[in-house]
Design a protein around this ligand. Structure first.
Ligand code: ADP
Ligand code: 5SP
Length: 505
């Protein structure tokens, strides 16, 4: 996991990219994959000061490389969804008076009442989820209100856990931000509001009228409305950059901060998703998302407010066993090499001669299942597969699950359907070929695998004109179109896909 930056010029060309890798650039925090997995294997957190220090490091890297901060007209950003940051009483004053002589992590070191922020990988709040659904009248009812049934990683349940386990800490907290609005707060030198789109990943926001659900807030913790602040459209200008950045890095006082959002909503903007397209992000988690007009919340998947058009929505499916699962099988079966992994995919056939597998090292979100389960062509459970068969079974299984669950959400693949792929694994053409074969649909990518970052650069430009009703699509119409990378192989007919569906996932 990394902190990344992308700058674009007025022609929407990417002019600068940089990143900070949490594990290797900030080894003093001793994270693995940017996180701590606690001994119960359910609680997963990240040190909030590591995120703050990562911002110091990336800004210093930019300064040393001669980046011209004065030219930046607007900035925006994205954070992993659902994670939360707890600001201690008195933090606001410190945030508003940052000394340009000090790095942020020094000024802010005593500002957080919870030093290890719960993040999206956490699944330790089952009892809070149960109680929230019970309060509102069941899982479907909660989905109707907030867009999702109760999910353990969703922020309301995380807040409820902190309140029930440590009410003192909750009381000492003056503000709760999402990872996205926390990062925006750092640039603003003030508490930034939560945007509608990332706010929909909390089990607290009414997705129809974009107001907090008082029933849900009260079910999680007392006095929560005040600690969360108000919500804003994702394209809002929040204000100008804080004096700290003007004095320390040479930003212009006119540089505007546009609301930050979740990484998946930001990717939707970066990929310039159109209705009918299907976006698949192969980052740490795998996610699949669609632009939708009419929300139909169900007990599987999520409906979020659309980050680009406040009248629309996006549907999202999240799969926790994404890249980390692929990395584990790569290490076990391909000597830790992506090249060898890719060769195994080219040396095996579509449909894997009937061998299939489900690979969930950690409790999966979609579907709720855990463990490694392999079946041969006679549907008999087997303990292992030859290495190449294992690799193909993993990738076909991951993509088949995406197709089956998208179809369960009502998604229909049409002749015009395009898959837009992004995230680290979208660099791997052989993996994308399996994706094309499983969906029987061509796969496109954009020039950077960092669609969330690029989307925020686009959203920053859009924020400057959004109030005049110009759409994001208009603002980015000159950006390079997605590039066709692979088309389904001729032999990828629907027959073997059907067998998969019948054998069930
Ligand atoms: N050539 C490759 N083939 C498959 N996976 C890759 C390849 N290169 C990078 N990855 C995967 O991409 C992941 C990082 O994706 P990225 O989109 O940067 O993550 P994040 O979710 O943190 O933004 C890594 O975990 C790595 O396993
Ligand atoms: O939980 C979800 C979406 O609901 C995740 O997709 C997070 O948003 C984190 O994403 P990455 O670290 O994989 O980018």
């Amino acid at each position: 996991m990394k902190l990344k930056v992308t700058a674009v010029d007025e022609q929407l060309r990417v002019t600068y990219e940089e990143n900070v890798h949490f594990d290797t650039d900030l080894p003093e925090f001793r994270t693995q994959g940017g996180v701590y997995v606690h001994s119960d294997r359910l609680t997963v957190t990240s040190p909030v000061l590591m995120w703050v220090k990562a911002l110091d490091v990336i800004l210093e890297k930019m300064k040393s490389s001669g980046f011209n901060f004065a030219q930046v007209k607007a900035l925006s950003g994205a954070g992993q969804q659902h994670g939360s940051v707890y600001w201690k009483e008195g933090a606001h004053h410190i945030l508003k008076n940052l000394s340009p002589d000090l790095p942020l992590h020094q000024s802010l070191k005593a500002c957080f009442s919870v030093s290890d922020s719960p993040i999206w990988m956490d699944s330790s709040t089952a009892s809070q989820c149960f109680s929230l659904e019970k309060t509102v009248g069941g899982a479907q009812q909660l989905a109707n209100i907030t867009g999702s049934r109760a999910y353990e990683r969703f922020t309301g349940n995380q807040i409820a856990k902190i309140y029930s386990q440590n009410p003192e800490v909750y009381i000492q907290t003056e503000r709760i931000t999402l990872v996205s609005s926390f990062a925006a707060s750092l640039f603003l030198g003030d508490y930034a509001p939560i945007d509608y789109s990332d706010g929909s990943g909390m089990n607290l926001l009414q997705i129809c009228d974009k107001r907090w659900s008082m029933t849900c807030l009260n079910a999680c913790a007392p006095g929560l409305e005040e600690k969360l602040g108000h919500t804003v459209p994702s394209s809002s200008v929040l204000g100008s950059i804080a004096p700290y950045y003007i004095q320390r890095y040479g930003f212009s006082p006119d540089c505007k901060v546009v609301a930050f959002t979740g990484d998946n909503p930001a990717s939707l903007a970066g990929m310039r998703l159109e209705e009918g397209d299907i976006a698949i992000s192969l980052g740490t988690s795998d996610t699949l998302f669609l632009w939708i007009q009419e929300p139909m919340p169900a007990t599987e998947g999520h409906i979020l407010c659309n980050p680009v058009d406040s009248r629309a929505y996006m549907a999202l499916l999240c799969f926790k066993n994404g890249s980390l699962m692929r990395e584990r099988i790569r290490d076990d079966c391909a000597s830790g090499s992506w090249d060898e992994f890719s060769k195994a995919l080219t040396s095996t056939v579509t449909g894997n001669n009937g061998n299939l597998g489900f690979y969930f090292d950690v409790m999966e979100i979609t579907p709720e299942a855990v463990g490694i389960h392999r079946f041969n062509k006679d549907n008999k459970k087997v303990p292992d597969f030859p290495k190449e068969v294992e690799i193909r079974a993993l990738i076909e299984g991951q993509f088949m699950a995406k197709r089956i669950h998208a179809e369960k959400l009502g998604y229909k693949i049409m002749p015009k359907t395009r898959i837009l792929a992004t995230g680290g694994a979208s660099h791997n053409k052989e993996i994308l070929q399996v994706l094309a074969d499983v969906f029987n649909t061509p796969v496109y990518t954009i020039d950077t695998a960092n669609s969330a970052c690029l989307g925020c650069a686009y959203r920053a430009i859009h924020g400057l004109v959004a109030e005049t009703s110009v759409s994001l699509a208009d603002v980015v119409k000159l950006a390079p179109a997605p590039r066709l990378v692979v088309t389904p192989a001729a032999e990828a007919d629907e027959k073997w896909l059907l067998t998969w569906g019948v054998r069930g996932l």
